[in-house]
Design a protein around this ligand. Structure first.
Ligand code: ADP
Length: 164
């Protein structure tokens, strides 16, 4: 059987947005399987715990043959090496993403030249969308239902407006 073409898509996913989903769907046109790797960075404060972020992903993506949900701590290249994978997927929004993504891809290449980073560009409907913006809008009483899957809308409600 030919070897499967697998990529890792790392991120915070705090929380998952339609922008992430758009990138995963584009990735699946090229790769047999995408491993969505949720980052646990002890120096970062998240709205959703690692378990919640993974649970949201698992409830949205129900085909583990093609979309596996996993997590990692520490260096991405170490995780990718442990998995024996060669490709990292990232999303590129407006110009603002370019510098940091470029820096990260170059640094990862320096540490592990074997690993390639591939960028996907989302639909223009999501090119302004970020998890941070979703949280801010929701916290200020705005609507995010067209920007996130239904489960995320519900989870945001539980966090920010529990009594309503
Ligand atoms: P990180 O903390 O690693 O940036 P995120 O969950 O914010 O984690 O993002 C993970 C990846 O998904 C990054 O490459 C980011 O650029 C990309 N991404 C996030 N939101 C979008 C979006 N709306 N459209 C395209 N790519 C996105």
């Amino acid at each position: 059987m030919p070897k499967k073409n697998i990529a890792v898509y790392p991120g915070s996913y705090d929380p998952l947005t339609n922008g992430h989903i758009d990138i995963i769907e584009r990735g699946l046109k090229i790769f047999d399987k995408i491993i969505v790797a949720v980052l646990k960075n002890p120096d970062k404060t998240y709205l959703f715990s690692l378990e919640e972020r993974q649970q949201i992903l698992r409830s949205v993506f129900k085909d583990p043959q093609r979309i596996e949900i996993d997590h990692f701590e520490g260096l991405l290249v170490d995780y990718v090496n442990r998995k024996g994978i060669n490709t990292v997927v990232r999303g590129l929004r407006a110009i603002s993403d370019f510098e940091i993504e470029f820096q990260m891809a170059m640094m990862n290449r320096k540490i592990e030249p074997r690993i390639e980073t591939i960028f996907f560009v989302p639909s223009d409907a999501y090119s302004f969308l970020s998890s941070k913006l979703v949280k801010e809008i929701y916290q200020l009483g705005g609507e995010v239902s067209s920007l996130v899957p239904q489960i995320v809308d519900l989870k945001l409600k539980e966090k920010f407006r529990p009594q309503k």
